[in-house]
Design a protein around this ligand. Structure first.
Ligand code: COA
Ligand code: AMP
Length: 644
């Protein structure tokens, strides 16, 4: 065997993680400081769901802050806050972040928040939001951050589901040059919700003052005067947070993240996937309201002893298309992580990449992209502009960390390639299956599934809905987790994720449900039937359009109906949905069994080749829809440069 080729470090790690998951993750768990070591590395609960590190006791805030202060990182900068929209820059050392967090946790404790209680955080990208998240972790309370761009109706759904004791919010945020007062949205959401929190805690920002309701609303600063709270030990299997994400209906899914698996997985990912050493700086240009923000603005970098950058702004117009490069240069970021849509926005304003030339990016080693597929043109532009490897990697709110990547921390990893999200990360046995659950040959597109058990860090279940967890992810292919994405593996083993196969779409890296939008449109008195499609969009990847059939006797003009329906989605879901176009049609194309042919309509709008399904009940309807899209200039196939 002397001359047998040695497997690469990546291949060896991946093989070991699948051959003996418990042994592989036990070794990673030893990188953390536990209050009590786990008794069982991998086990199954009474539902048959896999659980990691049962019996282990730890505290995620301890690992993210106290541990670093105790081991000599107290004076290192933990968090850099850069907010071009408020022209503010602040830095917090590990010691300072710990002090604030312990006090805020004390403040929450004094309001009656304890282990297992839920706290909703509805805030822009400000350090006070990070402090609130860590304070919950410190108390063993469960935070649920709701993206600030969601409208009161969406917030109310989450309030009713998570039943928080306290909601932490801010008086407002700034969207480029527009002030968004959050407090009226919060008040409206609480009025809409059946569950009422005991208290709200509001960060008053200098540019907008919130009206406070006496007895219920407290000033954020007041909580910081409390006696500091020590870390409360929790079980590895206890929930750290709930993060709601769009499913296929109006009811979002409450993805649960546990404490132990999450800490182990994120710590591992920081070195293996991102190639970062403690003390280095990571800049994740995302929002704390998304999984990417949870994992790689807040928890991952802090668990690893890195410096994280919290950016309050946009990749463009705050103030220019050089903002990301300025921040990466100014703070010496080694890794920049954002969504492809942000790169497309920068490229649109600065096609020659001139802004990047003005900054010293010599410390930047990699650009990581996720949230949606990175189209090869954007990939090539970014690689050329920055002169560093660009790494598209695939994950979901459910996984909480990457499932496919090019792991720059492991040697002899096949290099990243445009269009592909790379190879399976250790712990993930990613398979491409046909409808019957059989693996498809290389080059054939199928459903992307992951063989169980999922590694640590992935969702153990949905918040108070084991049945929905089982039905949504585990029953289609027994023994596998169904991702909801379609894709293929090429002959060399590179995986390509091509998009959702369900009623979920991705608008500027934001995951939204077409099913939920359909429910809202269908409630309009003039609408008999409707379909919402996620069509191709040059900047945002996808954007929704609505096709509606009027009720008999309704004569409302198309433009007027469009305005009303656009308003419905803005006020119920939020402006982030980017729902701006409606087409009135006489009928919707369906199969003979009544299934609406959404995919066919989407292909029509996108100008893709398609065959008319043989089961269609009336093929002539497609001609009518084509004419309508053309008349209104909707879809890349028919655009008149007015849709962006
Ligand atoms: N609070 C309130 N409103 C918000 C909001 C927030 N946090 N985020 C977005 N909105 C609003 C915007 O103001 C805009 O409103 P308008 O229609 O009244 O103008 C609307 O939602 C659409 O916003 P957006 O899609 O952000 O459009 P944009 O033109 O302002 O910016 C991009 C376009 C591509 C620059 C921006 O979408 C972006 O930075 N995307 C990256 C997203 C990302 O990082 N995703 C994380 C996944 S990794
Ligand atoms: P979210 O849960 O909001 O993170 O969205 C997850 C979804 O975004 C996935 O199911 C994919 O559809 C899409 N996605 C995320 N990253 C990628 C990627 N690198 N390539 C292709 N699709 C991606």
């Amino acid at each position: 065997m002397k001359n047998a080729p040695q497997p690469s470090a990546y291949a060896a790690a991946h093989a070991a993680s699948l051959a003996d998951p418990a042994a592989f993750w036990a070794a990673q768990a030893r990188q953390l400081t536990w209050f009590d070591e786990p008794q069982e590395i991998l086990s199954q609960d009474e539902n048959g769901f896999y659980r990691w590190f049962k019996g282990g006791m730890l505290n995620t805030c301890y690992l993210a802050l106290d541990h670093h202060v105790e081991t000599g990182r107290g004076q290192q900068v933990a968090l850099l806050y850069d907010s071009p929209v408020t022209q503010t820059k602040r830095r917090y050392t590990y010691e300072q972040l710990l002090e604030l967090t312990a006090r805020f946790a004390g403040g929450l404790r004094d309001l009656g928040v304890g282990k297992g209680d839920r706290v909703i955080i509805y805030m822009p990208n400000v350090p006070e939001a990070v402090v609130a998240m860590l304070a919950c972790a410190r108390l063993g309370a469960v935070h649920s951050v709701v993206f600030g761009g969601f409208a009161p109706h969406e917030l109310a759904i989450r309030i009713d589901h998570a039943q928080p004791k306290v909601i932490v919010s801010a008086s407002g945020g700034i969207e480029i040059d527009k002030i968004i007062p959050y407090k009226p949205l919060l008040d409206e959401a609480i009025a809409l919700a059946t569950h009422k929190p005991d208290y709200t805690v509001v960060l008053q920002r200098s540019f907008v003052q919130a009206d406070m309701q006496s007895g219920r609303d407290l000033d954020y600063q007041e909580l910081l005067t409390a006696k500091p709270q020590a870390c409360v030990p929790v079980h590895a299997t206890d929930p750290l947070y709930i993060l709601y994400t769009s499913g296929t209906t109006g009811k979002p899914k409450g993805v649960v993240r546990d404490n132990g698996g999450h800490a182990v997985a994120l710590k591992y990912s920081m070195s293996a996937i991102y190639g970062l050493a403690p003390g280095e700086t990571m800049f994740t240009g995302s929002d704390i309201g998304w999984a990417v923000g949870h994992s790689y603005i807040v928890y991952g970098p802090l668990l690893h002893g890195c410096t994280t950058i919290l950016f309050e702004g946009k990749p463009v117009r705050t103030p220019d298309a050089g903002t990301f490069w300025r921040i990466a240069a100014e703070y010496g970021a080694s890794v920049l992580f954002t969504a492809p849509t942000a790169i497309r926005a920068i490229k649109k304003e600065d096609p020659e990449g001139n802004w990047a030339k003005q900054y010293d990016l010599s410390r930047l080693r990699y650009l990581f992209l996720a949230g949606e597929r990175c189209d090869p043109a954007t990939y090539e532009w970014a690689a050329h502009t920055l002169g560093v490897p660009v790494i598209d990697h695939w994950w979901q709110t459910e996984s909480g960390w990457p499932m496919l990547a090019t792991l720059v921390g492991l040697t002899e990893m096949p290099p990243a390639r445009a269009g592909s999200a790379g190879h399976p990360v250790p712990g993930y046995d990613v398979q491409i299956l046909d409808e019957a659950g059989h693996e498809v040959p290389a080059g054939t597109t199928g459903l992307v599934a992951v063989r169980l058990p999922l590694p640590p860090g992935c969702l153990p279940t949905l918040w108070q809905d084991d049945e929905r967890f089982r039905k949504s992810y585990l029953t289609t292919f027994p023994g596998y987790y169904l991702s909801g994405d379609g894709g293929f593996r090429d002959a060399e083993g590179y995986l390509f994720i091509m998009g959702r196969v369900d009623d979920v779409m991705n608008v500027a890296g934001h995951r939204l449900s077409t099913g939920e939008m359909e429910e809202l449109l269908a409630a309009h008195p003039a609408v008999a039937e409707c379909a919402v499609l996620g069509i191709a969009d040059e900047l945002r990847g996808q954007r929704p359009i609505g096709l509606v059939v009027l009720k008999d006797g309704q004569s409302i003009a198309e433009d007027a109906l469009e305005q009303e329906l656009v308003q419905v989605i803005r006020s119920q879901i939020g402006a982030v949905a980017c729902f701006r176009q409606v087409l009135v049609v006489k009928r919707l194309p369906k199969t003979r069994s009544g299934k609406i042919l959404r995919k066919t309509m989407r292909q029509l709008a996108d100008g893709d080749q398609f065959t008319v399904p043989s089961t269609i009940d009336d093929p002539l309807i497609l001609d009518e829809i084509r004419a309508g899209l053309e008349r209104r200039g909707i879809g890349v196939a028919f655009e008149k440069n007015e849709a962006m």
